[in-house]
Design a protein around this ligand. Sequence first.
Ligand SMILES: *Cc1c(COP(=O)(O)O)cnc(C)c1O
Length: 386
Amino acid sequence: MKGDSRNLGFSTRAIHAGQSPDPVTGSVTIPIYQTSTYMYEELGVHKGYEYARVQNPTREALEANIASLEGGLACHAFASGMSAIATLLTLVKAGEHVVCSRNVYGGTYRFFHHILERYDLSFSWVDSPDLTTIERAITPETKLVYIETPTNPMIEVTDIAGAAEIAHARGAQLAVDNTFMSPYFQLPLEHGADFVIHSTTKFLNGHSDSIGGALVSKHDKDAEWFGFVQRSEGAILSPFDSFLVLRGLKTLAVRMERHEVNGRAVARFLAGHPKVRSVLYPGLSDHPGHETQKKQASGFGALIAFELGGRSAAKTFLDRLELLSLAESLGGVETLISHPASMTHASVPPERQAELGISEGLVRVSVGIEDREDLLADLEQALSAL
Ligand SMILES: *Cc1c(COP(=O)(O)O)cnc(C)c1O
């Protein structure tokens, strides 16, 4: 498109925002600018592009697109979700403190606890769905409140507006990892958050063929700092991966609609199945976060956890599946299923897993966009082995 996309709808922005036609050829699709450097016209004169760690047009198009979808001021794209999170944490200095949901992504816990604590940052791990735990953990040194909602794998929901109010009242900022909802269902900045994190590896790219991360900011000063860190540290998203994520984003709206329809159907099926002991899905009216989810998001998503009663039941079930793939990760077009205790959360010590409610019988599914009858049939045949 040629003009400003600010007033357009979500699906239109997903396809057009940040993507003006290539100035040389008019190419409708943003080219993969696979170059490391750019030629100066003469000494002191260049076209705004000097060296590709610092500027790359494919990455810039992606960053503008995600900033538009999240309603942010700016976005910076990184080589992984973890490097986006690492960049966010450069806001916190030695001696300062972070209040963090105890149920965050396993890699986030590992990075904060095993790496950043060595640099004298401190963390309080709280049960953030209960906002009073955030309030009580904040100290005069608290710089950041960091939440994920819903969480993985326990699918806990935290009230974003409530967390923002508590953080701001005490002079801290709020970051929300929005990987599971995507901006199609949830816009944390509108609810008061200061930063949004994405592992673009998941729903934004959506095709399980790229690793990447994004950090969206709301304020000038933070955006400027993240740009400085991005070009100094250099954990940039490659031109090819930027292209893939841009391509994925064009279908984000239609994919999320289908993920949601399938997610609800699978959750309902599991909740009514005699071999399944319990189901965690915010779309079920008995889920403790159901009302909060309805208030702050326009969908419930496609992540479901359920309990089969023990490791051997989980193993029998998972080994029997034919269509659903046993794999880490989530958010792709194909349905992926995992065993958090031995896979995504293996780096979390067993005592801590128990505290978080991650049992040996817990299974987590990321429902894809296949035909739902086929998904239900595969689940049924595998459950019948129990
Ligand atoms: C996968 C994931 C991350 C880490 O992202 P990578 O792209 O794997 O580095 C962070 N947060 C959440 C919620 C995730 O699911």
